[in-house]
Design a protein. Structure first.
Length: 146
């Protein structure tokens, strides 16, 4: 099992929800909605305060996915300053971003959802839960397709 899936499952179990906003609040992560132009969101730490910034212009589903993605950074990559790496170095952040997307997909599309909606396609559940179709493919569904 991938670390992103394990982390998402552990958090769902601990907080009894897969709502990224509720989880962030319970983890003490501040969420700020602001105008971010072309940026969907980002995570940073300021004076040991974890902050998720979300573009207020996004629709509710995109805000939810963005929150889940940025929550992944607060869990998996807390010491990594992705915006700085992109802006100021030649370091590729694609692996870090893929891990955050995978965590977000596993958080928003937990295995229990597939058990509850047996026979429903991955893409139908993704649509229902606000997961972009191109990212829904990151969901580990091997045990449901045997």
């Amino acid at each position: 099992m991938r670390k992103e899936k394990m982390a998402a499952e552990r958090i769902i179990k601990k907080y009894h929800t897969n709502c990224p906003f509720q989880i962030a609040r319970e983890m003490g992560v501040d969420i700020q909605f602001e105008r971010l132009k072309d940026t969907l969101g980002y995570f940073n730490t300021y004076k040991r305060i974890k902050i998720i910034h979300i573009n207020q212009e996004l629709n509710e589903q995109d805000q939810r996915f963005t929150c889940a993605h940025e929550l992944a950074h607060s869990v998996l990559h807390v010491a990594v300053n992705t915006p700085f790496l992109q802006r100021s170095t030649l370091f590729s952040v694609s692996k870090i971003e893929r891990e955050a997307n995978t965590f977000a997909v596993e958080l928003l599309l937990p295995d229990s959802l597939f058990q509850q909606y047996t026979g429903t396609t991955l893409f139908a559940l993704a649509e229902m839960c606000g997961v972009p179709h191109d990212l829904a493919r990151l969901k580990d569904i091997k045990k449901f397709t045997r």
